[in-house]
Design a protein around this ligand. Sequence first.
Ligand SMILES: Cc1ncc(COP(=O)(O)OP(=O)(O)O)c(N)n1
Ligand SMILES: Cc1ncsc1CCOP(=O)(O)O
Ligand SMILES: [Mg+2]
Length: 280
Amino acid sequence: MTQSRFDGRRNALSAPPVQGSRALVTLHFRTMAPTSDPTAQPTPSPRPSGSPRERLQDARLYLCTDARRDRRGGLDLLDLVRAALRGGVDIVQLRDRSLDVVEELELLAALRDLTDEHGALLAVNDRADVALAAGAAVLHTGQRDLPVPVARDLVGEKALLGRSTGGGAQAAAADADPDVDYFCVGPVRSTPTKPGRAAVGLDAVRQVAAGQPTTPWFAIGGVDLQNVRQVVEAGARRVVVVRAVTEAPDPEAAARGLRTALTRALADDAGRTSAGAGQA
Ligand SMILES: Cc1ncc(COP(=O)(O)OP(=O)(O)O)c(N)n1
Ligand SMILES: Cc1ncsc1CCOP(=O)(O)O
Ligand SMILES: [Mg+2]
């Protein structure tokens, strides 16, 4: 495994400038890394390039993972993330409060190399200072974290800000806030990954979708291959997963399966209803 060391020099301010025009979006074909089957043909899937904000618009599948210090017999963090990116994950967040800042920055430096290679976005949870120091494209904060204006002041205009919501008024506030680049709605189902947080259910997803938010948003919490179609039918266009990939015996196949299921459910849903046409 190659270990990138954090050198303290790359930060969000050294990231390429945000391009304001959608016309600047270009599509290229992602290089698919070899799968476990050496005879398998690469199946190129469009990977959006362009500014982080443009890539966020096209993002469908977002992975949060801990540092996997206890690998539980599976892949270590970098191998897991590499596999997930090959499988089609668009955004990767390191979510692990047990790390000290030096450890977190070291891991983020390595993850940034991987996400950059794959044209994906790197997200930092909770800490604006760490996001800035790591040069991460995204800072994610929840309702009990830094207020959005403070987070924005700290990370600057170029960084993307994500916000957790339980749907309803929190989602409406996030959608109305020009500093929020995306928000999440959940937990859709109760989940051991967010203990003590009550499920909001698919009804909350339906309610948010009915409001036709203009800000990109994701459903999170208990989303997996079995229920992703229901989540899309409830109105979500994007999902965040933890266990569905991190606890899968084959994380690459799990990510690819979710991605394919999402794409199919989205296509079917778009054919069934025109209500989603204007959705973020
Ligand atoms: C993408 C994404 N969505 C939701 C969360 C949860 O954030 P929060 O409610 O602040 O809880 P913690 O993750 O900080 O425990 C998230 N981290 N990422
Ligand atoms: C971080 C977070 N916030 C709301 S639910 C959740 C965890 C989702 O984890 P999983 O996909 O394993 O249910
Ligand atoms: Mg948080």
